[in-house]
Design a protein around this ligand. Sequence first.
Ligand SMILES: *[C@@H]1O[C@H](CO)[C@@H](O)[C@H](O)[C@H]1NC(C)=O
Length: 576
Amino acid sequence: MALLSRKLYLLGALLVLVSAAGVVQADNDEGDDEATVEVVEEDEKYHSPQINPEKVYLAEHFDDEAAFKKKWVKSEAKKQGVDENIAKYDGKWEIQTPSRKIFKDDFGLVLTTEAKHAAISTLLDKPFEFKDKPFVVQYEVTMQEGQNCGGAYIKLLSRGTNTKADLRKFYDQTPYTIMFGPDKCGNDNKLHFIFRHKNPKNGTIEEKHSKKPTQRLDDIYKDKEPHLYTLIVRPDNTFSILVDNKEVNAGSLLEDFTPPVNPPEEIDDPNDKKPEDWDEREKVVDPSATKPEDWDETAPAQIVDPNAVKPDGWLDDEPETIPDPEAVKPSDWDEEMDGEWEAPLVDNPACAAAPGCGGWLPPTIPNPNYKGIWRAPLIANPNYKGKWTPRRIPNPDYYKDEQPFRMTPIHAVGFELWSMSPALLFDNLIITDDVAVAEEWAQITFMQKRAKISRDSDSVFDRAIKFAGDNPWVYAVVIVVCFVIVGLITYVCCGSKSESESDPKKTDAVGEDDPHASDGEDELQDEPERARKADLEGPEHEPVEVETVSSTDDSAPLVDTEGAGDGQRKRKPRKE
Ligand SMILES: *[C@@H]1O[C@H](CO)[C@@H](O)[C@H](O)[C@H]1NC(C)=O
């Protein structure tokens, strides 16, 4: 019966899959035609973005490969401090359309290689000086194959990278002013904003890392969609970070960075030491306390219950277990190899009706007179001086930089990356001192792209609805598919259970958990009742006894029943 319904399910599932494939095929054929028409329409609308060059320090759409090749410089450097074989910046950069085409003539800069160091950079049209205008950098990243481990951040390179010759040497140690953008490895994902701050007192440069974004940004590494990253740093030392035009982090250069821009005014005096006699113990043992006269440390914790009485009918002379009188020495038992044969132990049937067998021992109870080791009580320490802390002194390295915004001027911008996933696509990079210009640039680039993507996904849905409207049998297929899925789930969850119920001998678990399964006499053929009982109580038995059962059972008829339990499982590998 069960077999028949299973076959029916499989047949039904097959039929539904075949018809569903037909629907998908038909939908695809129609969809493809429509999509082709749409792409042509949209492509006519896409133009590489134009922006007034006066308003920007750099605006790069990567659509003009010839212009890109003139402007951008691939690094010929080697990374410092790594193995010679992998030190070269030999990762490949290509101008390509996205792997999922959005607009026909929209190209991006693609890091096509994985697990290689790769660096590329360009000079700004004019250097950016941090004075009275905000610094704005914005760019798009599409992790076309997702990202497990690797960066997609941008580096704004400091004064000193003023020529193309400098850029050919671009490597991990090239001084940057700001590093910004996504970076991930494993579960650790970051949206960096790091700036390099110059100590006004001694000129040392130190990296300052911004606090974390206010929300987790897991999707940008998974959804393979274009995302827009914007950093705005203002002359009032505030900053904002936007992803897809939504603020995900904001704060102050003076307050939200580690280590902080300005060192603490006071520090612990490194020369101040805790005095020898400084007593930090809040409580001490009461020196005046003495052990009471009647405190007996030797009284035991447990004593024999003086009120316990041996139950009536206790069989002192009967052992709890006896050798199984019905066990037979296996015919292939070899006394030389296997030792002397002994029958397995079974419960002594004489004990079944009695309250107990063997020597009776009265139970033990907690000793009401038990006191344990005496300890003197604790009292407040009269010499307690509190927790010692070193004296505070003015910090000799103290300075106060009120204008961390006044960073080292930026002359170039580049990517210096290592990625475990290939096909990182960068697009529509802009550097400006006007937030409105960056917004305008996003409007004519990123926003167009997102609008096109959502039109495309809408139209797939719309087309499916329209197709179903024209072909009402689609609804029938959908309903049948739902039934089949519910049926399959029911079959998978409940089907296997009913199978094990119908044949309890297949599992030890059923035999142990459910006494009724074994109590059915007819199922157990000619197995003696004692052996079954031993199996039921198997888990409570001493391991030695189980072991005895298994070794003596050797190829006796018992082995073929469920009786031997653990012993049987242990034996099998030996024989095969
Ligand atoms: C500059 O001062 C900082 C402490 O503010 C110190 O860590 C660093 O070593 C100093 N650098 C030099 C070159 O003295």
